[in-house]
Design a protein around this ligand. Structure first.
Ligand SMILES: [Zn+2]
Length: 414
């Protein structure tokens, strides 16, 4: 039987659109109808009513930048390097549940090992595991020894770059991630250095687009941002304008070009942003307010999994966007409809609209008045199926157990 979710406030995901006393009719995994609760057309017949009363019903949230294979603790890279692939897979399934437990019904993984993100995506798609709808990038393309080389995406020449993109296509990823600059998490790599030449980036983007895949570029430094933009990437990750002396300073001309290009910007502000602002000196100028004021298409993504950014801290990332000066309706837009468009899912999710996937959440309070209301999550429905959130954040993630496979194999053969 179809389910009819009604609530005092319904945010459809169209910017600022609020319906009082409205309802969302769910047929299987799809939204069948949205409108005033009293006006549900009788031709739908008997429906199961789920009356949410004084809650706000809104589209499921989207984290446009996560790493399921990083644990969000103090040393995620060390853990990834120490774990076997099967151990990573277990961690990734756990990370996915954490995201869904805080209302994230779609997430884009921008860097994983051994194409395990594709395995997790398919497990969720087929219903074997619960988690957000995953959009996967496999191994980030990086230069030898470059940022996140340990995920296995090293390539150095134009042809190697093309071959790496083709391998990703063969392995079933949804998009291509390219490390246009170094990063903070990889020893021997620096965020202000551009990693690939203009030609190599053009080869990556050209091959990806030919295969119908979007490209996300990790880009901190100004030169790497410029090259990624010239190559025609679809989303710019971080976009922090880091200079060789470690300062961050917005390049006005480059901002104008980003806006003109129509590329989406995922600034990856997260639960650590307040601490970051507090510990930076006066030379630090965060790029996000400028990007937003000038009209760049900001989308929400937290880089979930990196050091001290757990997957369950998603809402703190939205609070950081609000802290930087985005109005609540813009934060919600960045976290739902616009993120869906950036991920190529504008006709799949991100809005409460007939025909789209039934991804919805309900919270106490009104997130348009205070984005922190999203902490008070009371309902999660992913692809039409309700999900009872796991308790999250109550205890630190235990260290991985020592691999036991060899010992077990011996025991069995004896
Ligand atoms: Zn990342």
């Amino acid at each position: 039987m179809m389910k009819f979710y009604t609530a005092n406030r319904v945010l459809t995901g169209e910017q600022g659109e609020v319906h009082a006393g409205a309802g969302v009719l769910v047929d299987g995994d799809t939204i069948a109808w949205v409108g005033p609760a009293a006006e549900l057309p009788p031709d739908y017949g008997a429906v199961e009513r789920v009356e949410l009363g004084d809650l706000t019903l809104l589209p499921g949230l989207i984290d446009s930048h996560v790493h399921l294979g990083f644990d969000g603790g103090p040393a995620p890279v060390e853990r990834m390097k120490a774990e076997s692939d099967p151990q990573q897979l277990v961690l990734m399934l756990r990370s996915a549940r954490e995201l869904l437990s805080v209302g994230v019904t779609t997430a884009r993984d921008l860097g994983a090992r051994s194409f395990l993100d594709v395995v997790v995506r398919d497990a969720i798609d087929t219903g074997i595991a619960r988690g957000p709808r995953m959009v996967t990038a496999g191994r980030p393309l990086t230069v030898t020894g470059g940022h996140c080389w340990f995920m296995g995406g090293e390539c150095d020449t134009d042809d190697e770059v093309r071959r790496m993109v083709r391998l990703h296509h063969k392995m079933g990823v949804d998009l291509i991630k390219v490390m246009s600059t170094g990063g903070f998490m990889t020893a021997g790599s620096a965020p202000w250095f551009a990693q690939f030449t203009d030609g190599q980036l053009a080869a990556a983007v050209g091959e990806a687009h030919r295969l119908g895949k979007r490209v996300a570029a990790h880009a901190h430094g100004v030169e790497g941002i410029r090259r990624a933009l010239d190559a025609g990437v679809d989303t710019l990750e971080h976009c922090s304008f880091v200079l060789p002396d470690g300062r961050m300073s917005v390049d006005d001309e480059l901002v104008a070009r980003i806006v003109a290009s129509g590329a989406y910007v995922c600034p990856t502000v997260n639960t650590r942003y307040a601490e970051f602002l507090a510990t930076r000196g006066e030379d630090f100028k965060p790029s996000l307010p400028v990007l937003h004021e000038r009209g760049a298409k900001i989308i929400a993504g937290t880089d979930a999994g990196i050091d001290n950014v757990p997957h369950y801290a998603y809402v703190a990332g939205l609070e950081a966007l609000a802290m930087v000066g985005l109005p609540a309706d813009q934060v919600l837009y960045a976290a739902t409809a616009r993120a869906a468009e950036a991920l190529g899912l504008g006709e799949v999710t991100g809005r409460l609209r007939p025909g789209l996937s039934a991804d919805l959440i309900a919270v106490e309070g009104d997130p348009l008045a205070d984005i922190s209301a999203l902490h008070s999550l009371r309902l999660v429905v992913a692809r039409g199926t309700p999900f009872q959130p796991d308790p999250v954040g109550e205890a630190a993630l235990p260290a991985p157990p020592a691999p036991t496979g060899l010992a077990m194999a011996k025991a069995v053969s004896r």
